[in-house]
Design a protein around this ligand. Sequence first.
Ligand SMILES: *Cc1c(COP(=O)(O)O)cnc(C)c1O
Length: 421
Amino acid sequence: MSLTKRDSRHIWHPLTQHKTAQEPLGLVRAEGALLYDEEDNSYVDGIASWYTAMYGHCHPYIIQQVTAQMKKLDQVVFTGFTHEPAVSLSERLLAILPDNQSRIFFNDNGSTSVEAAIKMALQYFHNLGETKDTLIAFENGFHGDTFGAMSASGLSVYNGPFEKYFLNVERIPPPTENNIDAVLQQLSFLIREGNCAAFLYEPLVQGAAGMKMHDADGLDRILDMCKEAGILCIADEVMTGFGKTANNFASDHLTNKPDMICLSKALTAGLVPMGITSCSDQVFQGFLSDKLEKGFFHAHTYSANPLACAAALAGLDLLDSKEVRQGIEMIGEAHTRFAQGLKDDNRVRDIRQSGVILAFELNVEMERYGNMRNRLYQEFMNRGVFLRPLGNTIYILPPYLIKPEELQRIYTAIKEVIDLF
Ligand SMILES: *Cc1c(COP(=O)(O)O)cnc(C)c1O
């Protein structure tokens, strides 16, 4: 029996309406930027498997480092114990994170890294004896699917059943050159009216919203106002972290440093799940007390799993390597050339780029997960290219070590597919 048939009997897939969904494709292996199905057809992974496998799939160095760790110490409770991979990773991360970051808290995925940051922000003020119960977030943000992260996410079309259980969240539009004054006005109103604990934002690129990009100056002005008001700024760099915007972190493009940063996805080089919430010393100090309950009583069983830490350390080695730096540059330049060629095509609009991320809209209306969008997806797959259009938004976010000819295969497929719509 085929993988697909066996799957269909027992598995409940994420983001899937099983009554109408197409069958999933069985994959058997992956190498570099390529995924292979049961018939050995290859697909270029144009989105690095949701921006995780940035150094390519099954990278021998990462496998070697994780294998070595696996033979030494596999998994251990992280309350009352510590270990070399966690300590090294903290040191290495703090050396490259914005320099006000001072503590690393381990989680096990992106949503929980956000969840921990929200809880830290709320408890920070609680510990100080202040009641601050409101978060500020961008419209159409995405921060994960657990309750706190989901509350803060503005993409709530499918969140109907849960809305009445959400946290208090006020939303502001992402800044543009045109709306920034209005946004700041709205923000100052929220600050005066509300008990705002934190501002949670995806810096510069809103991934799930469709790789929407906003203005760095505008974001800096928003952060200025939040900082001035003592609101904790939480940068959700789960998608943008580790080189996507050409800098290590999107926050590196800004003058204001966040009080907390959420990391996951490429953190562990696409091999094993892990999340991290880092914070400034000021935040950490807010939890120190002779009273036990002022500590942060939040844990995940696999917190700081040694194998995940080893994968992350190997990923940092690669991020620093000449090959990866050159790859980031090569992709950035190739994207710019490709975008140049699309510029005058009236079938597309809003072409935008940040580092290795390139996105644009097709001038055809499509629902986010509708039939037209599914056809678009399938046309790419038929051409051996894995992209996941978000409605009519087509975006590319390839592994840094993708070969130029594989990148070309993506561009060619896009050109051909545009002709069909
Ligand atoms: C993917 C993502 C998350 C959620 O991470 P999971 O590991 O899928 O829970 C949170 N924030 C952003 C910006 C993301 O892109």
